[in-house]
Design a protein around this ligand. Structure first.
Ligand SMILES: Nc1ncnc2c1ncn2[C@@H]1O[C@H](COP(=O)(O)OP(=O)(O)O)[C@@H](O)[C@H]1O
Ligand SMILES: [Mg+2]
Length: 284
């Protein structure tokens, strides 16, 4: 717990040093440039809004695998699509109002639904024309985005940060227009040291500024388990706290919000609400 406190103090100090209210990285002001897309024949229709994937590996996941893992798709469950669309719109409105584009998802404990929420929110955002999304797995002890999407783990974030693997070998387009995924790679034990390193700061700055109209989502480890999430806090504009109905306790929520008191929290997502498995968003 002492490490968490120290991380919190460090997060506050870094935020203060960066100018307090100034977001960690406002969107670039330049006009959007036309971007090349490798998303398929229909890409011509979306030329101004598609992200450049020309050197990004495309891995199209198996639809049945996605369905089994409750990943939303156009021909899937309508209620799920609608629920994540509502979440998306509320999150985008709040992020855009502040000109923020880096959002971290965490939750009190493992199994609350961070990863599924991050994936479905990212897909839902990418369905919006004019919005490109980069989804990054930073739960480095337990990387799992690739499992939900049926992708190979690849070198991932770890390969990029630790082993000098090139960015274009790390990014994957999972067959969804305007969405790019950076899997975590193989699980590690010293994730908080990696997340607190200067290399992570550079990587995030690069991700945030590379393309206009890009939202970057980070799937983080649980906030009460390690100091990983707080160590990473100075790099993002805001947090979303996922809690799970029937699992998360009131004490866990209070403790998590206490730890996040110096970090902008966009709101809370009540996951698996009322047994109909859909997320419900509360603005803070
Ligand atoms: N809304 C939901 N309804 C039903 N099952 C869910 C829901 N959200 C997550 N799950 C399931 O709960 C488990 C943990 O979810 P996950 O997103 O991996 O949690 P975390 O990333 O917080 O550890 C997974 O088996 C996932 O399929
Ligand atoms: Mg997870």
């Amino acid at each position: 717990m002492e490490r968490i406190k120290q991380a919190l103090e460090k997060a506050k100090a870094e935020r203060d040093a960066a100018g307090g209210a100034e977001p960690a990285g406002a969107r670039p002001k330049e006009a959007p440039q036309a971007l090349e897309s490798a998303a398929g024949p229909q890409a011509g229709l979306l030329q101004e809004t598609s992200i450049a994937y020309s050197r990004t590996r495309v891995e199209t996941p198996d639809t049945a695998h996605l369905r089994r893992n409750m990943v939303i798709s156009e021909d899937g469950d309508r209620a799920g699509l609608t629920a994540y669309k509502m979440l998306r719109t509320q999150v985008l409105q709040r992020m855009n109002a502040q000109q923020w584009n880096a959002l971290a998802l965490t939750s009190p404990a493992a199994g609350d639904g961070k990863t599924l929420t991050a994936i479905n929110l990212a897909i839902s955002m990418a369905r919006e024309l004019g919005q490109t999304v980069l989804l990054v797995d930073l739960d480095l002890c337990n990387p799992s985005i690739h499992k939900y999407l049926g992708l190979a783990p690849g070198p991932g974030v770890l390969g990029y940060l630790r082993d000098g693997v090139a960015m274009n070998e790390v990014l994957v387009n999972p067959g969804i227009d305007r969405l790019v995924v950076m899997p975590g790679g193989l699980p590690v034990e010293n994730s908080s040291e990696i997340l607190a390193s200067g290399a992570v700061g550079k990587l995030v700055a690069e991700m945030k500024s590379r393309y206009p109209s890009r939202m970057v989502l980070f799937d983080l480890p649980p906030i009460l388990a390690t100091d990983d999430a707080l160590s990473f806090a100075p790099h993002v504009d805001a947090f979303l706290l996922v809690i799970r109905e029937g699992k998360t306790t009131r004490q866990e929520i209070e403790h998590s919000l206490e730890l996040l008191q110096n970090v902008p929290v966009l709101g809370t997502v009540l996951n698996a609400a009322e047994n109909h498995h859909l997320p419900y968003y509360y603005g803070r």
